[in-house]
Design a protein around this ligand. Sequence first.
Ligand code: PEP
Ligand code: MN
Length: 339
Amino acid sequence: MVVIMKNGFTPEQLQEAIQAMKAGGVKVNISKGSETTVLGAEGSAANIDQELLEQLPGVEKVMRVTEPYKKANRKYHPDDTLIDLGSGTMVGGKKLAVIAGPCSVESEEQITGIARSVKADGAAALRGGAFKPRTSPYSFQGLECEGLKLLQKAKEATGLPIVTEIMGTEYIELFEECVDVIQVGARNMQNFDLLKKLGRMTTKPILLKRGLSATIEEWLMAAEYIMAGGNQKIILCERGIRTFETYTRNTLDLSAVLAVKSLSHLPVVVDPSHACGRAWMVERMAMAAVAAGADGLIIEVHNDPKNALCDGAQSITPDQFKDVMDKLAAIAPCVGREV
Ligand code: PEP
Ligand code: MN
């Protein structure tokens, strides 16, 4: 942290600023220039309240020079983190990890059928919501515990690890028993109680979706919450952000993939389905995501999109998924990856 003093500050004001910094646990280095005096904090400035410091009469400006996330920061962990999705299927390495499946689990036939098909085309894991965060309380809310059982049956039939969304802390123990990767949805990205408990109570990998209006730093701080609790296995997921645009459901922020890969060592996957909200865009956006350096994708695939209970408009069919995988296989070598 760097504190710039106002022109004409008094010696008392300087002491006041120095004391406030010291009270936060740092050593203060004073640099007096001909026009500006700058105070540099040596050590962690995490306990200094930047806004309060800025209110002091002699202080012009306070600037942070290091990121507030430490465990998620590439500076302290230069190598890419690889995460096992379950049964040795990795995300973060050379091989792209493609997670596929319906928005929500609807029946045994549906989920097992889709699982078999996406597995045959090279999916690394099966997605499917059992607990659904719907905008309307009158929309299908998911099969809940029954949905988890059906996911397990699909796993038994195919061997695919399962990825499903958790909605509250009361489900952590249940998910620990029967889920391979726990998804934290966009709407829960800043549910700090949930994040803290996922850090402390489970060692399962967490697929952390970016919040609808979250900055990259807020997203990384959400990862930091989980990591600070002890669980280091975070997979970040860019799923589009809210902008003024209404043609697409969200706006896929592919530059965030590059930013996050440079700021953090955590793997990043892209969800083109929720980003665009339109099935016909999924293939091209998936290709673009791989070109941008994503470590994998999470794609909604439904056997009968027209009659899907949730997100049919953005769901591709198993046949279309096969085409996507073929296209990804063509793009991957251009960026040093494989499918
Ligand atoms: C989902 O993956 O089905 C979902 C609800 O995603 P998001 O949290 O990104 O909206
Ligand atoms: Mn969905």
